[in-house]
Design a protein around this ligand. Sequence first.
Ligand SMILES: O=C(O)CCC(=O)C(=O)O
Length: 451
Amino acid sequence: MLVSTLQHVYSILTESGSRLDKLAELYFDGRIDALAQLPLLTPTATEPLNPPALDVLQQSADYETFVEYMRDNKPCIIKDLTKSWPATSNFVSECATEGPDMAFVGSQHGHLVAPVYVTTKRDGNCFGALPRPHEIEQTVSEYCDWWALHHEIALEEQPDPVDLHYLKDWNFSASFPADNIYSCPSFFREDWLNEAVGSYRFLYCGPAGTSTRLHADVLQSYSWSANVVGTKRWYLLPPQYTYLLYDVFGQRLAPHFHSDTELEFELLNMFPGLKEARKHAYCVVQRTGETIFVPSGWHHTVENLEDTLSINHNWLNGFNLTYAWAKLKTELVLLQAQMKSERGDCGDAPKDEWVKDEGAAASVRRAEQDTLAAVGDLLLLYKVVAHQLEKKDIRLLRRRDLITIETMLTGVHEFVEDGDLFGVRSRTEYIGAELLEKVQGRLFIIRELGI
Ligand SMILES: O=C(O)CCC(=O)C(=O)O
């Protein structure tokens, strides 16, 4: 049984069928080591890419056409949504090929503070087992100064600078009205997340060579991203292949799909499923004026091929709420099980009676932090739904949305009812009496309507 399991694992990892001779060697070396070693035996040549093409919609497409992409959870590109935006006239250099007009951006918003991700040239260009970019805060003026210097150096053809700065995830709408820059395209109008909390709207600005590592968006949200100016390359992987992106232990997510030749070997050894993942990834080059729709749970990487300024939203609505709740519930159930197993037979005994050593204490601390974050997400989802119920005449919501809302809220109530995270046992304590009462009242009406 063990041999056949290992054979199976080996053939999945190597795509080359079973090699009992190799397996035997590795098996007797110790199972865990063997699993880590298996991919080292594979040839590391990069598979040629044969990416499927993405559908392109025109600005004039009707809303129902776009709804199909949300419903099918399928990406697409939409043309020309940025034409009339103030940012398109103000934030772009007179000669558009020169990219964003950072002098103008600095003159208007220089005093504001934004998050900036600093990478070394090597990991900025995507590769491998290097440290994550670190986040600093800079004023927009400081960032514009860095930008000017960076371009001066490039003009003088000096050696490449070591650091690349990427201003990203800047929630600018907290500081000045978003209308000064853009208007949200009507394709993305069913945005329950920003209607409730308003803070998932971002500006990105980075020179050629900056990039964003492999990730899927927060809370299984959709995202749209519009290039005001510049070109990005995206690799997007459908969610059914997500498992291919992890290391052999299913723990660590790969940093990127690709690496330069120097680190390719290292990357594929650490993440052997990447070779297969690349075959299923969509590769999209998004140009000035184009907007990409990224569906729920699709992992992606993004590289700026030119100096690029873009606007992006994350959003949730009745089409992807089910994914958000399903993923969160799985996380919470696993965390609950982990806490139970840490506690063992100690039942409700105080923590210092069942936390036996440093290792156990660290693992409990991590589980508590993860639980805290997951409970925060649960409350966020709850507020998003509550906001829709409060704001709208329930009869105006789609029947399908009502079913989704009802299912999710019932699920949350049941989960929280018998949940014992942190030993807090009542729903009221989790959600807050006032919000709970409001939502239960609306749920009652939904059920009366007979969905
Ligand atoms: O443009 C980028 O660098 C990242 C954007 C992104 O990941 C997104 O819109 O989901």
